[in-house]
Design a protein around this ligand. Structure first.
Ligand SMILES: NC(=O)c1ccc[n+]([C@@H]2O[C@H](COP(=O)([O-])OP(=O)(O)OC[C@H]3O[C@@H](n4cnc5c(N)ncnc54)[C@H](OP(=O)(O)O)[C@@H]3O)[C@@H](O)[C@H]2O)c1
Length: 336
């Protein structure tokens, strides 16, 4: 049995991770930690876990973590994570990090977008980018996985087959996305206060969102040449799920049959990418580890739709998919 510690256990991605671990046949949560003022019985912090888990959330003790766990799901915010990860690795633990701290290879880009000095540069190169459908081989055998952001997972899974084939241009891709409100985490902020959010829909971070360079980095890796995107996120008043609508110019004429074949070839064997053959819907992916993708053409453009649950395939589910890979398990264990 793989023993799993969760750090930042009072957050949304942590509770989602625990819910998955409760269904996992080969892994169990053994140690949950948070800031001292947030500690207490996990089943009281998240009512959904009542009578399902008998673990207290306690302040982190590194020696105890190393004694009780084999792997840490590090569910901390960016900037905070890099203060913990080096010690966890030094203690001999494997780490799947949910934050952005180990995702961007170029420290200057990280520091420009996150507006903070990176304090653990050495471990950036040690991290595998945890998008199994594209980088499975590089995840196996690692001890640090940078779990991708939710927007990048959704956009990149939608676009990867097209950029790999060079079927769309590299500098005129527009990624328009909408996310549910849980994407902002559990700590309340004014924009997500119920009267502000309810019946509302708004764009934010115009031209500046931190996931934009991450999307570009991964698409450039897949394409083998620089790819730039204009990424525009929005928030809408549903709790979980996100949808990307991507517009791109084809580099030549492309038929629906060719697009269908391309995506079937790319994802036909992937458990967690489904090809519904029509625009995906949030209700079809909510609560699951699936990403639903459909590419089509209209008015001379290629349009790609992609949808996933930000807390599952966008965070906790993908992290456990990565954890399964680190321990040589079937990638889908606990996730179907
Ligand atoms: N939400 C999503 O859809 C999503 C998707 C993909 C990736 N992620 C990433 O996953 C990570 C966790 O996100 P989340 O939505 O679970 O956030 P969250 O609900 O705000 O939870 C964050 C956790 O970290 C703790 N924390 C905050 N500052 C801390 C500090 N200085 N020291 C120790 N613990 C601290 C919080 O404790 P308190 O209870 O005291 O606040 C809480 O337990 C973030 O890096 C986020 O970017 C989130």
């Amino acid at each position: 049995m793989i023993r799993v510690a969760i750090i930042g256990a009072t957050g949304y991605t942590a509770s989602e991770s625990l819910a998955i671990l409760l269904r996992h046949t080969d892994a169990e949560a053994t140690y949950l930690t948070a800031l001292p003022e947030e500690c207490g019985p996990m089943a009281e912090i998240f009512g959904v876990l009542r009578d399902r888990i008998d673990l207290d959330v306690v302040p982190l003790d590194l020696a105890r973590a190393a004694e009780l766990a084999d792997v840490v799901l590090c569910c901390l915010p960016h900037k905070v994570s890099m203060g913990f990860v080096p010690q966890l690795l030094e203690a001999g633990l494997k780490v799947v990090d949910y934050s952005a701290d180990y995702r961007l290879r170029d420290v200057a880009v990280y520091e420009a977008y996150y507006k903070v000095e990176h304090t653990d540069r050495d471990n950036i190169a040690r991290a595998a980018f945890g998008l199994p459908e594209l980088f499975r081989e590089s995840i196996v055998g690692k001890d640090l996985v940078a779990n991708p952001g939710c927007y990048p997972t959704c956009a990149v899974l939608g676009l990867a087959p097209l950029v790999r084939e060079g079927l769309i241009g590299s500098d005129d891709i527009v990624v328009n996305m909408v996310s549910g409100a849980s994407g902002a985490g559990r700590r309340p902020g004014l924009a997500f206060h119920f009267p502000e959010m309810n019946e509302n829909y708004f764009a934010y971070a115009v031209g500046t969102h931190r996931h934009m360079p991450e999307i570009e980095q991964v698409l450039s890796d897949v394409a083998g040449r620089p790819v730039t995107v204009l990424f525009q996120p929005h928030v809408a008043p549903f709790t979980r799920g996100m949808l990307a609508t991507v517009y791109a110019n084809p580099t030549r004429s492309v038929s629906q049959a060719e697009l269908d074949d391309l995506y079937t070839e790319a994802y036909g064997d992937e458990v967690f990418v489904r090809l519904p053959g029509r625009p995906p819907q949030i209700t079809a992916i909510a609560g699951t580890n699936y990403c639903d993708v459909w590419a089509t053409t209209a008015k001379g453009k290629v349009i790609v739709f992609s949808a996933l649950d930000n807390l599952v395939k966008g965070a906790a589910g993908q992290a456990i998919q990565n954890m399964n890979l680190l321990f040589g398990l079937d990638e889908a264990t606990g996730l179907l």
